[in-house]
Design a protein around this ligand. Structure first.
Ligand SMILES: Cc1cc2nc3c(=O)[nH]c(=O)nc-3n(C[C@H](O)[C@H](O)[C@H](O)COP(=O)(O)O)c2cc1C
Length: 362
């Protein structure tokens, strides 16, 4: 086993490894199965004419999907981040880096990212910090992180449940709204607010209209669930495990979060994530007004020792670049087929008229 796979497999109790455990997934809760794409029996163009190109953040990306933020906080994440940034550059897709919390206080972490930036100078990277660290360290610290990363935007993640259940959590949110508003005014790159798998209510999305965010990534219930991940870090006889279990399905589904954004008539871009596992899911989110669609855990699977068991065809656990390429190619191909069979030649043609939503959710 190569060094990276070995490192990955050894880390049975940390975030990355636990996110591979099916128990960390709120599978079936995204409710995207309540959306049906309406087939177009006679598309009037060729399959090869279907274009996935997507414009946002003053850039044309190869596809409307991206690598959602995954932990950079761990000191062994360097190789994973290097591979993901290289994928972002190779395939011309957006990448959210994981929380940059460690970079606020650790000079080595800063150096690591400077190296990654040097090896993937064209990758389109979005910075990332939790709201409680934003409150603690202030907007100037975020500006420094964005500059060092040469970020094209900055994610602020809101993760109330995770902070409460995490052993090392800091559930200090007093002042969040005011601090976010100041950050939106001061930061010289666009601010994107994201959840981490628990979604957004209509009321919160409405309130976000007044503070100047560029986008909100709903990161709804349906995929990696951070209540579950933190719970699984405890052993079953610990009280943290029992408390955490009560919150296993906490959150607002990805479907309902997207519909909440529609009801809130938002004046910022909506990005979707949380349980997106196929090109068909991506099509459904685009039809519900998402500009970009993010996936986290599926990219991480490319680093597993048994990629085959996760649907990646590569015979080798070692060729992580090839495994990552295969994840990209599969998603792109599924999305292209869905677009062709629904009669949509460009991503901008995908809208609510292309789907039927179950009565209960209209
Ligand atoms: C291993 C792992 C690490 C993550 N670390 C972060 C993080 O540092 N910051 C963040 O905003 N979200 C983080 N997330 C949350 C994801 O960005 C995403 O919102 C969530 O996992 C739902 O997407 P998924 O169902 O496709 O995994 C992480 C997810 C995974 C799987």
């Amino acid at each position: 086993m190569d060094e990276l796979t070995l490192q990955f497999e050894k880390r049975k109790t940390d975030h990355i490894q636990i996110s591979m455990d099916p128990r960390s997934q709120a599978g079936g809760f995204s409710l995207l199965d309540q959306v049906q794409i309406i087939p177009e029996a006679i598309p009037d163009f060729n399959f090869e004419e279907v274009s996935l190109e997507t414009q946002t953040l003053n850039h044309t990306f190869s596809a409307p999907f991206f690598i959602s933020s995954m932990t950079a906080g761990h000191k062994d994440s360097l190789l994973v981040n290097q591979k993901l940034a290289a994928l972002s550059e190779r395939k011309n897709i957006l990448m959210g880096v994981g929380s940059q919390r460690r970079e606020l206080t650790d000079a080595d972490a800063l150096k690591e990212w400077a190296n990654i930036r040097r090896s993937s100078p064209k990758a389109k990277l979005v910075g990332n910090l939790g709201i409680s660290q934003l409150i603690q360290f202030g907007p100037e610290a975020v500006q420094k992180l964005a500059d060092q990363l040469q970020a094209c935007a900055f994610f602020i993640h809101v993760n109330a449940l995770q902070e409460c259940l995490q052993k090392e959590g800091t559930p200090n949110f007093r002042g969040s709204w005011k601090t976010l508003e100041v950050l939106c005014q001061k930061l010289n790159v666009p601010v994107v607010v994201k959840e981490v798998g628990c979604g957004f209510s209509q009321k919160t999305l409405e309130r976000l209209k007044s503070i100047g965010v560029y986008a909100v990534d709903v990161a709804g219930l349906g995929g990696t669930h951070w209540g579950r991940v933190e719970t699984l870090r405890f052993s079953q006889d610990q009280s943290g495990f029992k408390i955490g279990q009560q919150f296993d399905n906490w959150g607002i589904s990805t479907l309902e979060s997207l519909l909440n954004a529609k009801k809130a008539n938002v004046n910022y871009q909506i990005w979707a994530s949380g349980g997106i596992r196929s090109g068909v899911d991506i099509f459904k989110c685009l039809s519900l007004n998402a500009k970009l669609v993010g996936l986290a855990q599926p990219w991480m699977q490319a680093f597993s020792a048994q990629p085959k068991s996760l649907g990646i065809q590569s015979s080798s656990a070692v060729d992580h670049d090839e495994n990552l390429n295969q994840v990209y190619d599969r998603l792109a191909q599924e999305l292209r087929i869905a677009m062709f069979c629904a009669g949509t030649i460009n991503v901008n043609d995908i809208n609510l008229e292309k789907v039927k939503i179950h009565e209960d959710f209209k």
